[in-house]
Write a protein that binds this ligand. Structure first.
Ligand SMILES: C[S@@+](CC[C@H](N)C(=O)[O-])C[C@H]1O[C@@H](n2cnc3c(N)ncnc32)[C@H](O)[C@@H]1O
Length: 203
């Protein structure tokens, strides 16, 4: 199994318990750079994988494929961890590695463990607060929307569809025994719990 583990924003005390336990259990740990290797060091010795900062998509794809080829065999029967800064599903090298792995090696199971992202953790250091809607951008086209307090999911999705969003994930009481995740549009209920999120995507 190949797991992308979020290591938090850089403070060695901001790794989650689950990240630490997974690093300790891992057969092999890989990271994309020195900062991540240092965060992992108390729990495992990491190998640095080559993930250069390039913009040529063809060259990048070839590098992601090369890394997937290298990790596929050992990830099939062992726990292999790829540790990275912040969260593994937000602007992350792991997203590409996982996509290529799923495409060329579907027999390798993949998963992620969330980490504390720079997107939320900056606020503590900068003594800032966010209590209204906001935008996170890396300069690329806007394709996603995250709606908190989605207690009237169907109504919210109707309005997002009018704005061109076409794929929706409704999440309720995540990480609890009552966790509910619905991806089929016609199964998303009229009413939801306060602890609910809609993830909307433009395809
Ligand atoms: C490729 S993205 C990785 C984001 C990461 N997966 C996350 O969840 O925070 C790299 C960008 O994240 C931001 N970033 C990550 N860690 C940071 C930190 N400790 N301080 C400031 N910005 C940070 C910077 O904007 C940087 O250019």
């Amino acid at each position: 199994m190949l797991i992308g583990v979020g290591l938090g924003p850089g403070d060695p005390e901001l790794l989650t318990l689950k990240a630490v336990e997974t690093l300790k259990k891992a057969h092999k740990v890989y990271v994309p750079g020195r900062l991540a290797a240092d965060l992992v060091a108390p729990y495992a010795q990491a190998d640095i994988l080559d993930f250069p900062m390039l913009t040529d998509y063809d060259v990048l794809n070839a590098i992601w494929k090369k890394n997937a080829d290298m990790l596929a065999e050992e990830s099939k029967d062992n726990l292999v961890v790829f540790g990275l800064i912040g969260d593994p599903n937000f602007f992350s090298t792991f997203t590409h590695l996982k996509r290529v792995m799923n495409k060329f090696y579907p027999e390798v199971e993949t998963a992620t463990i969330p980490g504390i992202s720079s997107i939320t953790s900056f606020a503590a250091q900068a003594d800032s607060e966010v209590d209204s809607s906001f935008e996170v951008s890396d300069g690329s086209e806007k394709k996603y929307r995250i709606r908190l307090k989605a207690s009237r999911p169907s109504e919210i999705i109707d309005s997002y569809e009018r704005e061109g969003y076409s794929k929706f994930t409704f999440c309720e009481r995540l990480f609890s025994p009552q966790e509910l995740i619905i991806t089929e549009r016609d199964k998303i209920p009229e009413k939801g719990n306060y602890f609910s999120i809609i993830f909307a995507e433009k395809e």
